[in-house]
Ligand binder design. Structure first.
Ligand code: ADP
Length: 268
């Protein structure tokens, strides 16, 4: 058992979020305290989920039999043998966001392959949502493709774009056409920083269209891997006209929610 002040009567639960792009695990103590986390940059259909679990066990000192209940969520939740049950990403993101920001009303989740907007009512109930899982534009996939063309890592897109003073408009709404547009901008000698800013703005524009279907009721929280892109976040703030909050644990939000639901089941 872990050395992290875990005593015999503590109830440990585990959330596993198997995404399209990454695998995340979070261990929670007594339905409120995060005592372990792990992230692997491979998602569904890979060894990512198993490696994320192993990373969590190794780093926390907690092993599978120590958990009272395990819930899987995410796109790959039905492929998880380790979990006792599975739960939808929407419910888990709403639940996890409430632990990170108690006053949250709107959650914007931008993951590797989709984007979701959730309205959280009083008591944390999911009241409404909108989702884009049909088109790569407005998701992390778009940023991953563009980063490759620009020979940058996705981690650098935010800071790089925010240095721009002359944002390039990316007019194509399709990722494939936008890729061609970016390449032709670079061929024309356009400043790469301005192109990066245009890429971040393009994702924000697609997502803000989705947000407007649900309404950006404060407090607005951005989750998922793309929350770490400060360029997308600031462009979203400009387009929606509200402050957007992020947590250092933004990418773990779904796994946190899954672990919290697991606690509720374990305590029944
Ligand atoms: P999923 O759960 O759908 O697998 P995630 O929520 O983990 O996806 O988000 C993955 C996406 O987040 C990647 O496609 C990438 O664009 C983006 N991303 C991941 N890490 C970072 C980072 N450090 N900075 C900026 N963007 C990131």
């Amino acid at each position: 058992m872990s050395s992290q002040n875990i005593i015999k009567n503590d109830v440990l639960t585990l959330g596993i979020d198997i995404g399209s792009t990454t695998s995340k695990c979070v261990a929670v103590k007594n339905g409120g305290q995060i005592v372990g986390k792990a992230l692997i940059q491979n998602g569904i259909g890979t060894t990512g989920p198993q490696r994320a679990l192993q990373q969590l066990f190794d780093s926390s000192g907690i092993s599978l039999p120590d958990f009272a209940y395990v819930i899987a969520t995410g796109y790959g939740r039905f492929t998880c043998d380790t979990a006792n049950s599975e739960m939808s990403e929407l419910s888990c993101h709403a639940k996890g966001a409430r632990l990170l920001f108690a006053d949250v009303s709107t959650v914007i989740d931008i993951g590797g392959q989709d984007a979701k907007v959730m309205r959280i009512g009083s008591g944390g109930v999911l009241e409404n949502f909108a989702m884009n899982d049909k088109c790569a534009a407005g998701t992390g996939r778009f940023l991953d493709v563009m980063a490759r063309i620009l020979e940058l890592s996705v981690e650098d897109l935010g800071e790089t774009g925010n240095q721009s003073t002359s944002v390039v408009e990316i007019s194509s709404t399709c990722t494939v056409f936008a890729e061609t547009e970016v390449i032709s901008q670079l061929a024309r000698g356009t400043n790469r920083i301005d192109v990066v800013a245009g890429i971040n703005k393009s994702v924000a524009s697609r997502v803000s269209g989705l947000v407007k279907r649900v309404g950006a009721v404060p407090l607005v929280v951005l989750t998922g891997g793309v929350a770490q892109n400060i360029g997308v976040r600031s462009a979203l703030e400009t387009q929606l006209g509200v402050p957007i909050h992020i947590s250092p644990l933004s990418q773990y939000t779904g796994a946190i929610g899954a672990a919290l639901f697991a606690y509720e089941i374990a305590c029944r």
